[in-house]
Write a protein that binds this ligand. Sequence first.
Ligand code: UGA
Length: 431
Amino acid sequence: MKITVIGMGYVGLVTACGLASFGHQVLGVEKNHSKLKKLMQFESPIYEQGLDELLNKAAAEGDIQFTTELNGADGSDLIFITVGTPSTNSGHVDLSQVYTVINQLVHIITKPTILVMKSTVPPGTGEKIIRRFLNKCKTEVNYISNPEFLREGKALLDWFYPDRIVIGGKNNDSIQQVKNIYKKINAPKLVMGITSAEMVKYASNAFLATKISFINEIANICDLLGADIDEVAPAVGMDKRIGSDFLRAGLGYGGSCFPKDTKGLNFISTLHGYNFNLLKAVIEVNFQQRLKAVHKLHTMLGGLAGKKIAVMGLTFKPGTDDVRESPALDILSLLASEGAVVKACDPHGKDNASKYFSRKIIFCEDAYECAKGVQAVLLNTEWPQFIHLNWSIIKQTMQTPYFVYDGRNALDKKRLSKLGFKYCGVGRPCN
Ligand code: UGA
C-alpha cells in the first residue's frame, strides 16, 4: 500500500520504518529541516536501538522516502498522523499540531483515503475531527484511531511484537484495510469505537504510572519500617493478578508519555466534572519521589550548600537520549538552587540535558570524571555503564562521606558497602 506518515518523531519514524519493512511504500513527512536533512541521508535523528539499520534496509529496498511537503500525501491509501501532542502546564493537551496538519490535508486530499491517528489524543478527539474537518472534505476520508504502545529504547521490539493492536473506527472497509497492513504481526487486533480506542491508550499509561507510584509508596514505607523492597516487590508481583512488571521502585516515572498522559487524563476528567482522585495522587507521589532524593542527600550530607554531588544519568530511562520530564532535571535544578556544586554525566543524554541549564551544572564526559572530588553520587538512570563501573576507582577519587543514593535500586549494595560507601536505595535499607 501507499502510506504517508506525518511527523518523524519516535513514533512516526518507527511506524514509517516498520511499515516499509512490510513492503509498503512509505513517505515520511517532517517539517523540521535539520531532522529532514538527516533523514534524507537515511540517518535516524533519534537514538533508538536498531532504528538506523531498519531505516537503511528500507531505503536500500526503495520502500521509504522523506519530504517536507504535505502535498505528497494525496493519493495515499492511508495517512498516519504521528505529530506531537504536548501538554501545557495545566495538563491540557495541546492539539494544535494535529489540527494544523488535518486542516492542511483537507485542502490537499483529492482521492479517498483513510486517516489513521497514532498521536495520543484525548478521548473524544477523533469524533471532533470527523465533525469539524473530515465531514467537510471534498472526497471520502475515513478516520481510524490506532494508538501506539511503543516504549522508547524498545520501540522496534514493541512494533514487531506488540501485546495487541487497537483499531477504533466506524467504517468496516477502513478497519479491514488497517488490519491488513498489520497482517504480518501476530497479535490480537481489537476492533472498537473511536473514543474507546483513544481511552485504551490513556487508561494503559495511567495504570502503568499507578503501578509505579504505588510501588514507590510501598518502598517509602519499607524505608520507615525496615522492610526491603527487593524482597517485597518480587513476592507481590508473583501474584498473577498483579504481575511483576512496572514494580521497580525508584525516582519515579519520566519521559514524554506518562507525565503528559496522566496529567492529560486528569485534565479531561476535570473538564467533564469528574474528580479523578486516584490519578491525582499518582501524579503527586511521582513528584514527591524526586524531592525525596534531594531530601535524602540533604540529610546524609548535613545540608546541600557547597556540597559536591555527582548525578549519574540524565535520561528518563536507559536506552534513549530523551531527557524530557526526567527526574534528573528537577533534581539538578533543586540541588543547584540549594547551593550544591553539581556534576552530571550520561552516555547519550548530555547534549539534550545541557539545553535545560545555563552554567549551573558541570557536565562531564564520563562517570569517573563526574565522581571525582564529590561527596555523594546519585544514580538517576540505570545505564549498564554505571552499574558496571569500577566502584573501587570511584571511591578513591571521591570525598568523605562517600554517599551513594541509588535512585533506581540498580547497584550492588553489598559490594558498595564492602568498598566503604555509605549506601541508600529506594526502599532498600541503608547500610
Ligand atoms: C510508555 C509506555 O510504556 C508505552 O507502552 C507507551 O507507548 C509510551 O509510554 C507512550 O505513551 O508513547 P516510555 O515512556 O517509553 O513508554 O517508557 P517506559 O519504559 O514505560 O518507562 C516510563 C518511566 O517509568 C521511566 O522513567 C522508567 O524509569 C519508569 N519506570 C518504569 C519505573 O520507575 N519503574 C518501573 O517499574 C517501570
